[in-house]
Design a protein around this ligand. Structure first.
Ligand code: FDA
Length: 393
């Protein structure tokens, strides 16, 4: 019901709900407003429906921000262990998939149920299908006009996420509020997103669509070792999504396929062992057949290995393990898992997420210029920033 509260939270996503729980537990009267028909829609679709809800290795090094130190305080005050403890209190079964990534055994809906149960216990109210209109700063705090009436509170927490997946209701609303209060915003762009290729290269790689291989993708001094996936639009898979957050239009990335194997040594040994086999047969020992065929054909290394000079084999190996690719772009916000950039951390207090120049106004979660790697880091940021604001708002 419209009325007066201690805290209004805009956005019933991961960060907003965590903030409401913490503030409610402190005895604050809290209302969470969201235009969607259900809370935590991104949690529901995350991790292929199983929600990669945290990463046990999460630390400041796993986040991109204009100020790499900003996230330290919140991340230290609400750790992956704190979230795991909540998950276990609710009897939700979980497992580590790989690289410290924790997933629900059953469904991401378990996490949403846990958060809404926690909100109810904490006395925080949830108002869905509520369109947010005008926001005004008043003598007593903030007045928010909505389709469901006027809400007032001493503290206003903006947790409306970024621009990724507009089809799911992402609006970039937080940046508009920042503009209203004249706060700086670091340029936003899609992150954790598949990269596209120009039509010519795409045509050459078309037969590889659907093939995955272990790879290391490098960009400057940053490198990620995970799976690479060829798609009908370009390159995807965890290794590409990770590097996409570092890549900028016009730049190259270097693809190293099978980084744990020295392909040149493998080819030389295969030639010594059986000179009558083809390079394609030797490569098919470690690469999917179509991928082996693609590299051999594109380098024109046909026939017996015995007829190939070491130089030739070295060139072939280099194509596989030092392949410079210039993506033409990315798939954009339509498929990006996150939005890079956002509310400039310079204007926020890192201990509370409160705007330094606007008392009682807070920004948390994805709308802030703190973006995690793929692998549960973004939810950990949402939980941690939500928690510290819930302590302060
Ligand atoms: P979030 O976007 O979750 O919530 C914002 C809320 O605000 C929404 O409920 C929205 O409806 C509401 N809202 C927006 N505009 C509004 C307006 N104008 N008025 C009212 N309400 C408004 N991360 C991770 O760590 N592990 C994972 O497994 C995944 N998987 C994943 C898969 C996919 C497909 C995507 C797109 C993203 C992920 N992520 C992820 C990223 C993760 O989902 C993301 O970082 C968090 O949801 C961010 O939480 P927030 O609460 O900040 O925003």
């Amino acid at each position: 019901m419209a009325g007066r509260y201690d805290v209004i939270v805009l956005g019933a996503g991961a960060a907003g709900m965590m903030c409401a729980i913490r503030a409610g537990r402190r005895g604050r009267s809290v209302v969470v407003l969201d235009h969607a028909g259900a809370p935590g829609e991104k949690i529901r679709i995350s991790g292929g429906g199983r929600c990669n809800f945290t990463n046990i290795h999460a630390g400041p090094k796993n986040f991109l921000s204009a100020n790499p130190h900003f996230a330290k305080s919140a991340l230290a005050r609400f750790t992956p262990q704190d979230f795991i403890a909540m998950v276990e209190r609710h009897g939700i079964a979980w497992h580590e998939k790989t690289l410290g990534q924790l997933f629900c055994d059953n469904s991401a809906k378990d996490i949403i149920r846990m958060l809404t149960d926690e909100m109810r216990t904490a006395g925080a109210q949830l108002r869905l299908r509520t369109e947010i209109g005008d926001i005004q700063q008043t003598a007593g705090g903030y007045r928010v006009s909505t389709s469901e009436g006027v809400f007032e509170a001493a503290s206003l927490v903006v947790a409306t996420g970024g621009k990724s997946i507009p089809k799911m209701g992402a609006t970039g609303f937080a940046y508009r509020i920042a503009e209203q209060f004249r706060l700086p915003v670091v340029e936003t762009r899609p992150g954790l997103v598949p990269l596209t290729l120009d039509p010519q290269l795409l045509q050459r790689l078309a037969p590889l669509s659907g093939i995955a291989a272990p790879a290391e993708i490098r960009h400057g001094r940053t490198a990620f070792r995970e799976a690479l996936l060829f798609t009908h639009r370009g390159l995807s898979g965890p290794a590409i999504l990770q590097i996409s957050s570092y890549w900028r239009e016009g730049e190259d990335v270097t693809v190293v396929i099978e980084p744990d194997i020295d392909v040149f040594t493998l080819l030389k040994k295969a030639k010594q062992a059986n000179g009558r086999q083809s390079a394609q047969t030797a490569l098919a020992e470690i690469l999917p057949k179509r991928l082996a065929q693609h590299f051999v054909e594109s380098e024109g290394v046909a026939g017996n290995m015995a007829d190939q000079s070491d130089n030739r084999l070295q060139k072939l190996a280099a194509t596989i393990q030092s392949w410079p690719v210039k993506p033409s772009g990315s798939e954009g916000y339509r498929t990006a898992e996150v939005t890079l950039g956002g509310i400039d951390t310079a204007c926020l207090d890192s201990r509370t997420m409160e705007v330094k120049t606007v008392p009682g106004l807070f920004f948390i979660g994805e709308c802030v210029d703190v973006t995690g790697w793929l692998g549960g880091y973004n939810f950990q940021w949402a939980w941690a920033s939500g928690h510290v604001t819930g302590e302060a708002a």
